[in-house]
Design a protein around this ligand. Structure first.
Ligand code: GLY
Length: 593
């Protein structure tokens, strides 16, 4: 088994939790997993989502991007498992049924609330740049940035996967059921087959040319040259074999031995665009425990993943700036609310672009960026009635030299978010990714390899000034993933997160505002039409009432754009009951008991 840097703590906490779970009486009112996660229950959860209503549960609940994955998690929880156990089961099934978004070849961030210690912990399972990579990895011979997909497709973009090690670490710390048992559903589905979903089929068709680049990937997604169609029963015996190995050997099965050699060979021999990932990179990979980053918003603490993610800092900055404005009074349909949200986002993204990267490699003003006085100064910039004409990074409290970064990533829809609450009161909020849809398009042993390295800046300098998010060996690329747990009076009240590239930040912040200020339940909050602003256009969700806001915000001076906005928010409210909401833009559900 692999252990993270905090091995001693892991062993003690893991053993204690195993005992806690073993001693636990089956929660009152709970039933076996098979009885809870029935086809009828899934249909009812889907109907609730379609009706715009949350799913309510008393004991435990899972919200994630695919019903089969949710069912696997619910079965584990019903059997007395913890949220960490369920997280493993959900991720392993997602890697099969939603392979375009996340899996064993990718990375993830987890924020965990431990009911026993009443503490929050974040685990960083982000991919690392290979030790042999140079800062110029994504530059042409002339020193210019490569085209995005020229960089993505192939071995060059593949970072050392972190998800297998994170799953093992989370289970070692907080799991209760046997590790190998958590693989059962995913193995059965991989061997017996599952029906290709409309979303997966649509994305395969759209990406057929790139998926056709490499034989192994093409054979799986484009059998006989034809994209898999909706409802095809798809088996993945190679994935099943990988899972069986990992079930018995732990994450080492991925990081050492035959599978590690296959990953490296796949990367290094990728025709036309090989990479430099080595067996050493895999062997030395470590999950990092990091302090959660929290920002205060309306008597709540909004907590999430700090660097190398920009998620919690940028969500926290947006909310921190808005704290002094009465969005509840203004309401969700008032353009003034959206002016404030839009410009708070632009200011936060300006800081994100300049300061945020892997703080193990570059000095970062992490605390300064969410300092209340600093955010009050930034919030004062929002005092006018029109869009800000100029948006510049601020001067957060900082005692190191400053870098300048430019956002080079063209982040397209991929990634997945999982929220889980177990019957012990533990909460897991994990965002998981292989970056672009289908990652690098390289596949081995039944899973796709990530293209996470393209989340680095392709340029190393701008006008001679170094960019914080430039690539370095062993460094983790800046992320936008924002797995969040909102706390009130030291207790968790909301778990939430989303896919969506750098728009993840806007989706998450907006949903928290909807839930907190506009009194929406979690389903209403995740369903609310999107209006998100990063650093460029103010984007309004096509085909929704958000379109009506576009001309009004344009009149205030914003550059507007109406487009599809593919979030995948999965949220759980933790109150007297548990309420789950699943994003209507994707195929997921919330289900519990
Ligand atoms: N690759 C998406 C993210 O990490 O934000």
């Amino acid at each position: 088994m692999r252990f993270s840097l905090t091995v001693a703590f892991s062993l003690i906490a893991g053993a204690a939790l195993a005992q806690q779970t073993a001693d636990a009486v089956q929660p009152e009112g709970s039933t076996t997993g098979a009885a809870v996660a029935t086809t009828e229950a899934v249909a009812a959860a889907q109907a609730a989502k379609d009706a715009g209503e949350p799913v309510t549960a008393e004991n435990y609940i899972v919200a994630a991007a695919n019903p089969l994955a949710v069912q696997a998690g619910v079965e584990v929880l019903a059997a007395g498992g913890t949220a960490a156990d369920a997280l493993v089961a959900v991720q392993l099934v997602l890697g099969l049924v939603e392979p375009q978004s996340s899996g064993l070849g990718g990375g993830a961030f987890l924020i965990w609330y431990d009911a026993e210690t009443q503490e929050l912990t974040t685990l960083d399972g982000r991919e690392t740049a290979p030790l042999a990579a140079t800062p110029q990895l994504f530059q042409t011979k002339d020193g210019e940035p490569m085209g995005f997909f020229d960089a993505v497709v192939g071995g060059r973009s593949v970072g050392t996967p972190g998800t297998p090690a994170l799953l093992e670490d989370a289970h070692t710390r907080w799991g209760g059921l046997a590790w190998s048992r958590l693989f059962d559903t995913a193995i059965s589905l991989a061997e017996d087959g599952f029906e290709v979903s409309p979303r997966l089929a649509g994305l395969i068709e759209r990406d057929a040319e790139r998926l056709g680049t490499f034989a192994t990937t093409a054979e799986y997604f484009l059998p006989n040259g034809t994209p898999l169609s909706v409802g095809t029963v798809l088996q993945n015996p190679e994935y099943a074999a990988t899972l069986r190995k990992m079930a018995s050997e732990g994450a080492d099965a991925i990081y050492t031995g035959a599978i590690a050699r296959d990953i490296v060979e796949t990367v290094q021999t990728a025709a036309g665009n090989p990479g430099v990932l080595s067996e050493l990179d895999l062997a030395v990979y470590q999950v990092k425990e990091r302090a959660p980053v929290c920002a205060t918003y309306r008597d709540h603490e909004v907590c999430g993943m700090g660097p190398p993610s920009s998620g919690a800092l940028t969500v926290g900055q947006i909310l921190g700036m808005l704290d002094s404005y009465d969005l509840a009074e203004l309401g969700s349909e008032n353009p003034e609310s959206w002016r404030l949200i839009g410009d708070a986002s632009r200011l936060a993204f300006a800081d994100r672009g300049r300061f945020m990267a892997d703080s193990d490699f570059v000095p970062m003003p992490t605390a300064g960026l969410v300092d209340a006085d600093y955010l009050a100064d930034r919030a004062a910039l929002l005092d006018g009635d029109e869009a800000l004409e100029e948006v510049e990074p601020g001067n957060p409290g900082f005692d190191h030299s400053r870098n300048w970064a430019d956002d080079q990533s063209l982040e397209l829809p991929s990634t997945s978010h999982i929220s889980i609450v177990d019957s012990f009161g533990n909460v897991a909020s994990m965002t998981t990714t292989i970056e672009n849809a289908f990652g690098s398009r390289l596949m081995t042993n039944g899973f796709l390899l990530n293209n996470e390295l393209t989340d680095f800046s392709f340029r190393t300098h701008s006008d001679g000034v170094p960019i914080a998010n430039a690539l370095a060996p062993g460094k983790r690329p800046r992320s936008s993933m924002s797995p969040t747990i909102v706390m009130k009076d030291d207790a968790p009240v909301l778990a939430i997160g989303s896919p969506g590239g750098s728009r993840i930040i806007g989706y998450t912040a907006k949903s928290i505002i909807a839930w907190m200020d506009w009194d929406m339940d979690v389903q209403q909050a995740v369903s609310l039409p999107h209006a998100v602003n990063r650093f460029g256009t103010f984007d309004f969700e096509a085909g929704t009432s958000a379109e009506d806001l576009a001309p009004e915000l344009e009149a205030l001076g914003f550059e507007v754009n109406v487009r599809d906005l593919n979030s995948g928010l999965h949220a759980i409210e933790i109150g007297e009951t548990l309420q789950g909401g699943a994003d209507p833009r994707r195929e997921g559900i919330a289900l519990g008991d």
